[in-house]
Design a protein around this ligand. Structure first.
Ligand code: FES
Length: 178
């Protein structure tokens, strides 16, 4: 898992964007690839991707990491904080190895999202915005994921979409998380 990546601290000029925090060279190279997708002078356009990459390395986004991303993109820290605090894709506090996001917007709610969420809560013994004591699962409530027709839907680690989450499918999902 990405959470287990080593935080290699490297001494290269590229890293001179903050004294307090270091991202791995591999992550910085990925930053560069994202920045290269935009015209020169538009580094700031890569902010969402770079925040996601920083989170992938660390497992969540501490303020220092957000500042580091801002520094690397040469934008004011507040601009990166605005993005990081706006989207629930970004975790501003540590989460479990598996972050389960249950969409509870209206279309999903009408198709069993709350039942699905309740089932997960009972199985894991946690509520929304809580993490199991073993650090394995975090449960959060999410906004529409654009898959309303597949409701109820859940997202695992911000990426893996799970559709039609019946209790049986939730059981399978949780059992598959090692
Ligand atoms: S309302 Fe849940 S995916 Fe759209």
């Amino acid at each position: 898992m990405a959470h287990n990546m080593t935080h290699a601290s490297v001494n290269c000029p590229k890293e001179n964007f903050g004294d307090r925090f270091h991202l791995s060279e591999a992550t910085l190279q990925k930053f560069d690839r994202e920045i290269a997708k935009y015209p020169a002078g538009q580094r700031r356009s890569a902010v969402m991707a770079c925040l996601a990459l920083a989170q992938e390395e660390i497992g969540w986004l501490p303020p220092e990491a957000i500042e580091a991303v801002a520094g690397y993109l040469r934008i004011p820290p507040i601009a990166a904080f605005e993005v990081a605090t706006f989207y629930n894709l970004y975790d501003l506090k540590p989460v479990g190895k598996y972050k389960l996001t249950v969409c509870t917007n209206l279309p999903c709610a009408l198709s069993g999202a709350y039942h699905a969420a309740e089932y997960v809560k009972q199985k894991l013994g946690i509520g929304f915005n809580e993490t199991t004591p073993d650090g394995k699962f975090t449960l959060v409530e999410g906004e529409c994921m654009g898959a309303c027709g597949d409701a109820p839907v859940m997202l695992v680690n911000n990426r893996h979409m799970c559709s039609y989450m019946t209790p049986e499918k939730i059981d399978q999902l949780l059992e598959g998380c090692e």
